[in-house]
Design a protein around this ligand. Structure first.
Ligand SMILES: [Fe+2]
Ligand SMILES: [Fe+2]
Length: 156
């Protein structure tokens, strides 16, 4: 039997993309760090759109407001992550444009980006521990297959 956890595979890809972005910060290549962060954002938005269009509406209907898993929290976290991402891109743009940017600016940037990193990790855990397993329990096998197909993971 399939599991909705298949939809979480993309979290690992996103984590890797974010780590790559930070590798470039550490390597003082702020231009590439920005480019990787922009790619991360594009992929993240695609994933969030899928969740907001297909996963969360069904979760809201079938699971609803449970402790630690209010459907609206997941949406708020998406907005919060994107807002923090905007601030990180803005800082990187400034660093990339300034030839005097160096190691000091790199670690100041990583300190500043800590909140974004934390929000992403926290969101990932809540989806892994609550959203997907609770929804998985609440749907029939046929509904699960239909949801996976709507999210682009139809059986081949
Ligand atoms: Fe999400
Ligand atoms: Fe997710």
């Amino acid at each position: 039997m399939r599991s909705l956890n298949e939809l979480l595979d993309v979290h690992d890809e996103l984590r890797e993309r974010f780590a790559l972005h930070r590798d470039f910060v550490v390597g003082l290549d702020f231009g590439r760090a920005l480019a990787e962060l922009e790619t991360f954002e594009r992929e993240l938005r695609v994933h969030m759109d899928v969740e907001e269009a297909h996963v969360l509406p069904l979760y809201r209907e079938r699971v609803g407001k449970i402790t630690g898993g209010d459907p609206e929290f997941f949406l708020l976290e998406h907005r919060n992550i994107l807002r923090n991402l905007d601030a990180a891109k803005e800082s990187l743009r400034r660093l990339a444009a300034d030839p005097s940017s160096g190691r000091r600016q790199a670690h100041e940037f990583l300190d500043q980006e800590w909140m974004l990193h934390h929000l992403i990790e926290h969101h990932d855990l809540r989806e892994k521990n609550t959203l997907y397993p609770r929804l998985d329990e609440a749907v029939s096998e046929r509904e699960r297959e239909e949801l996976l197909a709507r999210c682009g993971l139809g059986r081949v």
